[in-house]
Design a protein around this ligand. Structure first.
Ligand code: PHE
Length: 327
């Protein structure tokens, strides 16, 4: 029958443009599904007399089998094609989204990137620390008022020899001076903890410590490296101010401020020449060696670099915020 022949031809033609498994099954159901011509024709057989019914049923069966074979053959070729494609190891991999680096990690890496070519080694430090490394060896005697600025979290301890969460990355200075050979050029990024919380302070934040111990190190070297670092970091000429300050472990001590547009002077780095008491405590010959140290807050740098107003955004796990820093 012509109509049957036409159906086969249409199906053959339409199969040629199939691009996916879903399209294949859609087409199969169009020609062989419940509402297809062949299947609905079977249900109309009962309206015919018995002679016609036998003849038409025979034709319909022939048509149905041809269609089934057509689709089966196609499916087999299609599957072969798909499995060949699956085995084609030369095809480029499907891109797989793994997220991107957190802005704080990026800024931390950006700081490290500046210091690596100057031969600074990167050390990781302990976040859980003893009083000795966090305070005492850094020339904060017990009951010293400077400890007040570093109120922190103490781990259920009965004596001061037990553990606390470090208040700054300066503890790494002591570990490095006690364990590494001189001269020493080190950098140590990591998390620090203080009892503090508002839109510019968090109880947990990130610092990077820098320490140099060498012969003939001067305050001029410290100023030079800090100014050059800041200009590299912000990629522009900076107005930098060294303002006298106090840290028990450096002498002299300074805060570095930068002039930042409408915000005016902003404190960005604490630094100074390593106090002789600290060097002596680490068995370093103070007649031969001197040192400088600096510490900076990564969140503060990131806020200025990216123009973020609220420090808490960095830790709110808000994807709308984080997706603004694609890799
Ligand atoms: N540890 C100091 C702070 O957290 C910063 C600092 C580091 C100062 C190194 C001097 C030298 O405020």
């Amino acid at each position: 029958m012509q109509i049957h022949q036409d159906l086969i031809e249409t199906a053959t033609l339409e199969l040629k443009s199939i691009k996916s498994e879903a399209e294949f099954f859609q087409l199969r159901s169009k020609f062989l599904g419940k509402k297809s011509f062949v299947i609905s024709a079977f249900s109309e057989l009962k309206s015919l007399n018995s002679k016609q019914r036998v003849a038409t049923a025979k034709e319909l069966n022939v048509l149905k089998n041809k269609l089934i074979k057509l689709f089966e053959d196609f499916q087999k070729d299609f599957n072969d094609l798909v499995s060949q494609v699956k085995l084609d190891v030369s095809l480029p991999a499907e891109p797989y989204f793994l997220g991107s680096e957190h802005p704080i990690t990026r800024i931390s890496d950006k700081v490290i990137e500046y210091f690596l070519p100057l031969n600074y080694q990167v050390f990781s430090g302990n976040e859980i620390e003893t009083d000795f490394y966090n305070f005492e060896a850094l020339n904060f005697p017990l009951n010293h008022p400077a400890r007040q600025m570093h109120d922190t979290f103490y781990l259920d301890s009965k004596s001061r020899d037990e553990y606390l969460l470090r208040t700054h990355t300066s503890n790494t200075q002591i570990h490095a001076m006690l364990n590494e050979p001189l001269p020493l050029y080190m950098l140590s990024p990591g998390r620090v903890y203080r009892c503090d919380s508002d839109n510019t302070h968090l109880p947990m934040f990130t610092q990077i410590e820098g320490l140099v111990v060498d012969e003939d190190v001067t305050f001029g070297d410290l100023k030079g490296v800090i100014i050059d670092f800041l200009e590299n970091f912000f990629n522009e000429k900076m107005e930098v101010r060294f303002r006298p300050s106090y840290f028990p472990f450096t002498e002299p001590s300074v805060e570095v401020d930068i002039k930042f547009g409408k915000k005016g002077w902003l404190e960005i780095i604490g630094c100074g020449m390593v106090h002789p008491n600290v060097l002596k405590g680490c068995n370093i010959n103070v007649r031969k060696y001197r040192g400088f140290a600096f510490g900076m807050g990564i969140e503060r740098l990131a806020m200025l670099y990216y123009g973020v107003e609220d420090i808490r955004d960095f830790y709110s796990s808000n994807l709308d915020f984080l997706n603004q820093f694609p890799s």
